[in-house]
Design a protein around this ligand. Structure first.
Ligand code: BJW
Length: 295
């Protein structure tokens, strides 16, 4: 039996399934990944901006970065990979197959693709939630899709319709994003908490390095994984470098679950893993077809 057919047989028998999703699923929606040359924003490395220290040192810079991300996410469309996974979530809900998606992406595209929200765990938060930075304030503004959030953030950020489509330079290297200067912004020009009267800043409702993940979400995932063995984990477009997201696959494997990886870059191995090398948007609809159909 070939690779895909063997995977299909296992998928059809699976009663408990987990999907772990990362930035690679966004690539064909034109949104950048974090690591590698596609992870640059202006002259900054994206992961250097995803920290509380970066916000503390220069909230104006970090807000411009997240404004750019919000604009790009709103312009992007869910791709066939998002739609296939969303269809799987709905099908599982209807057929009593236990299923969760652990989503590291913060763009909201899986919801827009129609994913069942009761089984979607946003472990790194969402771009469209805003939280107060005040120590004693619990203010959260959910699903805020306003653009721009303040007048100062009303910049026409350049929007790339897909990094892979970028031209090659004279030496044959992929051209990096334009290195344009970032504006210096005062705190008074940034989003502020409407509850705290003293101009306390709002921040993006995402989880930065060194911060705790939403505990209810982590508990729900732990409960799912510990309740009974998971038959199958789909590891989609993630470099697996960030804890705790990267720990779930090993935990599932240790309890006998099978692993299927969908990634453009996968190392060979002699283990029991199904490797679907290439665009997740291409492979996911094919791989999930026995359950979700070909449409
Ligand atoms: C394709 C494709 C195509 C491309 N098709 N595939 C030492 C010091 C300090 C901290 C630590 C430490 N050691 C460990 C830690 C913990 C730390 C951590 O893991 N650090 C590592 C870097 C070492 N983790 C944390 O701090 C976390 N908090 C924590 O652990 O608290 C303790 C706690 C745990 C549990 C409960 C309670 C408390 C928080 C981590 C937060 C991560 N935040 C970010 C930013 C989110 C906001 C934002 O989006 O701006 O999350 S960082 C960034 O990385 C983002 C992503 O979700 C995350 C993962 O990246 P992802 O998705 O894997 O993207 P890439 O770019 O890395 O990979 C893309 C992949 O796609 C590649 O493999 C490509 O090949 C592939 N690909 N095109 C298929 N078309």
């Amino acid at each position: 039996m070939n690779h895909l057919a063997e995977f299909h047989e296992h998928l059809k028998r699976s009663r408990r399934i987990v999907a772990l999703v990362g930035a690679g699923l966004l690539a064909l929606s034109g949104l950048p990944t974090f690591r590698g040359t596609q992870g640059l924003w202006k002259n900054f490395n994206m992961i250097d901006l995803a920290t509380p220290d970066a916000f503390y040192i220069d909230p104006g810079l970090v807000w411009q970065f997240y404004s750019w991300r919000r604009i790009n996410a709103l312009k992007a469309q869910p791709n066939r990979g998002h739609k296939a996974l969303a269809a799987l979530s709905r099908l599982c809900a209807g057929q009593g197959i236990q299923f969760i998606t652990i989503n590291q992406n913060v763009d909201g595209l899986l919801v827009r693709a129609g994913h069942d929200t009761s089984t979607l765990h946003q472990i790194h938060g969402l771009l469209f939630d805003l939280r107060c930075t005040g120590f004693a304030c619990n203010y959260v503004d959910r699903d805020n899709f306003e653009v721009p959030l303040t007048k100062a953030l009303d910049e026409e950020f350049e929007y790339s319709s897909g990094h892979r489509k970028r031209a090659l330079d004279e030496e044959g290297h992929i051209e990096l994003p334009q290195f344009t200067p970032v504006k210096q912004l005062d705190e008074a020009e940034l989003p502020q908490c409407p509850v705290c009267a003293d101009g306390t800043l709002l921040r993006p409702g995402v989880v930065w390095f060194g911060e705790s993940l939403p505990l209810q979400t982590i508990d729900a995932i732990d409960n799912f994984i510990e309740a009974a063995p998971v038959d199958l984990v789909l590891v989609i477009g993630t470099s697996g470098t960030v804890y705790p997201a990267n720990s779930y696959v090993e935990r599932i494997k240790q309890k006998g679950g099978r692993v299927a990886v969908f990634n453009t870059e996968i190392e060979d191995g002699a283990d029991n893993v199904w490797r679907f090398r290439g665009d997740a948007e291409h492979w996911l609809p094919l791989a999930l077809a026995p359950l979700i159909g070909d449409g």
